[in-house]
Write a protein that binds this ligand. Sequence first.
Ligand SMILES: [Cu+2]
Length: 252
Amino acid sequence: MTRTLTAVALSIAATTASAHFGMIIPSDAMVEQQGNRVVSLDIAFAHPFEQYGMTLVRPSQFSVIYDGEATDLTDRLETSSYLGSDSFSLEYELTRPGVYLFAMAPEPYWEPAEDAFIIHYTKTYVAAFGDDEGWDAEAGFPTEIMPLTRPFGLWAGNVFQGIVMTDGEPVPYAEVEVEFINTDSAITAPSELMITQTILADANGVFTYAAPRAGWWGFAALSEADYTLTMNGEEKEVELGAVIWVHFESWQ
Ligand SMILES: [Cu+2]
């Protein structure tokens, strides 16, 4: 009996601790030609629904991909703070119409609660000047969610579909965690189970989620790496996340 209770307590702790997301949140997902063409990006690691920040060290790579060409912006990231924890920010001027894909490959994050490292490959798409050309561009991550739904210009309530890919192949029944940026903790979850929504992809690696509310929604497809990293001389597992951030617009 005692053993059973301990197992339950441990699994609850693991679930609660695992709701972290790599984050790239632009000031606007659709930038108009008239007005401010500079997009401000928050680049962070956090529990978005619970509004809890974690430390992000300078990513090993941060880039923008436009028209098939990647530009390294890692050195342009400014140190910042997100939900009280170390993060980065970037001001980036959009100069041409089309889709800009911002992509982060972070350093491995050591999570003692999970006795594992976490690497969340994170991306978001920004459309410039009313042109959606390039909305399905690839960041080229080892694991990545490819959008099947155009990842901007969605209404709240629309479904978002993506295909989970690892090393260029779809991942059948991949687990995807979904969270909303609960700004100012405006929403109270009636149950801890509702902080993170959990879904599985189908046999073809395709998942579907209908966002019930306007705002930023993050999708993290989680898998275990086929390699380990060393911590104090011990081999430790590595959790890989393929994260995409998508904004849903209000009808108002
Ligand atoms: Cu965390």
